[in-house]
Write a new protein. Structure first.
Length: 294
């Protein structure tokens, strides 16, 4: 945790003075120290350190994080809701930079949620359980609709990508394992949901706080709702971070489920396919959503 504080101080000092690598790579000095801080705090609060006690799981989360974020980048190739400016011009640095940046998304959100749970946030929020028979087919249909409409009516339906994978994958998770965020919600177990919502909002603020002063950043180009900006993000856009955190949890659990059920040879193909997907998407980002190089 002390190391994280030192790195943040150096990053702010370096950015104010325009010193490299803090200026160009400011995002990394915001997020990688945060992961160290969250993991250290989690270890202090409950003796559970992902980095030190479960390093392979931590590496898997980093790997899946790149894949998950690039799935949203697939939608953005069509929607163009955000673009990147000032990106590193040298490909041999730019592409690893993409991977290292996107690798922080899942651990940032999920570790924040775990820390909040360890602090007792939402522990007393336990309303009565409720019944919802045959919810899985309905959710699946809603998920397909949410992920289809943005391609058909992008001007108005673009926010649905921050909901679609919850409805699409959570019922599959439940059908395959008997456990899902929706099933827990219906059973009256709400702490996980509260912590994820709050984690999404906190991480969203952290993203935008560090993105704003950075010369290498993303900028939003929404077709509507582009008003009342706080940093680079329109005010209503912060609401999207709440369901996005649920999506992070659902998509991660689904990828873990797939990973655990594959044979060793199929698992190798599973990871090779994701790596090939990364390469294709890095090329697509360069061609479509990176507005300018330095």
């Amino acid at each position: 945790m002390v190391l994280a504080g030192v790195l943040w101080f150096l990053a702010i000092w370096g950015r104010l003075l325009g010193v490299e690598p803090f200026t160009t790579w400011l995002y990394f000095f915001a997020w990688w120290p945060l992961l160290l801080f969250l993991d250290g705090l989690l270890g202090h609060l409950c003796g559970k350190s992902l980095l030190w006690q479960r390093p392979l799981e931590f590496l898997r989360m980093l790997f899946f994080s790149v894949t998950v974020w690039l799935i949203f980048e697939v939608f953005n190739l069509w929607l163009l809701n955000w673009r990147y400016v000032g990106v590193e011009p040298r490909l041999w640095l730019r592409w690893p930079g993409y991977a290292l940046a996107f690798a922080t998304v899942l651990p940032g959100v999920l570790l924040t949620a775990e820390v909040l749970a360890a602090l007792g946030v939402g522990a007393n929020f336990s309303p009565r359980s409720c019944r919802l028979a045959n919810w899985q087919p309905v959710f699946l249909v809603v998920g397909v609709i949410c992920l289809t409409l943005p391609f058909l009516t992008p001007h108005f339906a673009f926010p649905l990508i921050w909901l679609g994978f919850i409805f699409l994958l959570d019922p599959l998770q439940d059908l395959l394992t008997g456990d899902s965020l929706t099933r827990r919600y219906l059973a009256g177990e709400r702490q996980r949901h509260v912590c994820l919502f709050l984690a999404g909002l906190l991480c969203g603020i952290w993203w935008e706080l560090w993105n704003y002063p950075s010369p290498v950043k993303w900028v939003y180009t929404l077709p509507v709702l582009n008003f009342g900006k706080i940093f680079e993000m329109p005010l209503l856009g912060y609401l999207g971070f709440l369901p996005f955190a649920l999506e992070c949890a659902v998509m991660y659990e689904f990828l873990k489920l797939m990973d655990g059920r594959l044979s060793p040879s199929a698992r190798r193909l599973f990871y090779l396919a994701q790596t090939a997907f990364w390469i294709v998407m890095f090329l697509a980002l360069d061609m479509r959503t990176v507005m300018s190089f330095q």
